[in-house]
Design a protein around this ligand. Sequence first.
Ligand code: ACO
Length: 323
Amino acid sequence: MIRSVVRGFGTALPKRVLTNAELESMVDTSDEWIVQRTGIQQRYIAGEGETTASLGEGAARAALDKAGLTAADIDLIIVATSTPDNTFPATAVNIQNRLGMHHGFAFDLQAVCSGFVYAVTTADAYIRGGLAKRVLVIGTETFSRILDWTDRTTCVLFGDGAGAIVLEAREGTGTNTDRGVLTTQLRSDGAHRDKLFVDGGPSTTGTVGHLRMEGREVFKHAVGMITDVVYSSFDATGLTADDIDWLVPHQANKRIIDGSAKKLGIPLEKVVVTVDQHGNTSAASIPLALAAAASDGRIKEGDIVLLEAMGGGFTWGAVLLRW
Ligand code: ACO
């Protein structure tokens, strides 16, 4: 059985850090409110010349370096983003060109904060289906460009950044002892569209629009949806919460992360948290957190790693893999 194994990982962040203290001078908020409600202490904000594609390129180059590969070795690039450089062409082909890659194929995938989980699932399906041997999976965002910077209920929550992994086809035994993706579980329900959306777009207003969110409504659904897909991952593999070495959740809010871990019975020492440093970077948050824990030696080869996310749509999903 073919498995999709993580061979490399990398990240890129904008130069500029925006602290909670700076936000206090921009909207009616406080460091104390932001830290207590979300756990966020700072976020990175893209400056002039920094875009979703340029950050994605940086993360991709870092992941290729770590894997000991070049763009020539890649068959497919999937970019998860809700903040593309242009309506079209896809940010993925932009990054493909920036990498000097003129073979294979590349496309964008849009599932907001669940984007990385959706992209890993898609890459795994292409690899297992024999359509690609090595896939660059990139989550990259510049949410700062779709925020309403006068709306304190949203502008304090998000940040910019990018993370990438290289997934590679390897022969496995078909059991949980294999390295690579063991199961993926995806869900969506468009009935929740109005709870988290952008109020513009090419076919409606002809503008980019701004992010709008009913935060309390999102919060209310988050833990239940996240745990639902995690339990499905356990059912599909026979693994349990006790088998998880590292939970790498989407980094939206420390309270959602803690609530989900608690409900699942995963101790907080096994949860990777970067929301304090990055804010919510949507599709980039999981690969940013993964890379942080893999580069400082927490995540080691052979570890069972659980990824989960929930976001606009609503979309939600989980990936269970052996590193
Ligand atoms: N600073 C100070 N006060 C604020 C701020 C702010 N930045 N924002 C809101 N408030 C006020 C509100 O106006 C409200 O005041 P009121 O009581 O006088 O009306 C009060 O704080 C409480 O507001 P709530 O919305 O009830 O606060 P809550 O505890 O729910 O926290 C939050 C808000 C942090 C947005 C929370 O609901 C949340 O995290 N929701 C999930 C959001 C999320 O994670 N979204 C992303 C997931 S999907 C994706 O990643 C795209």
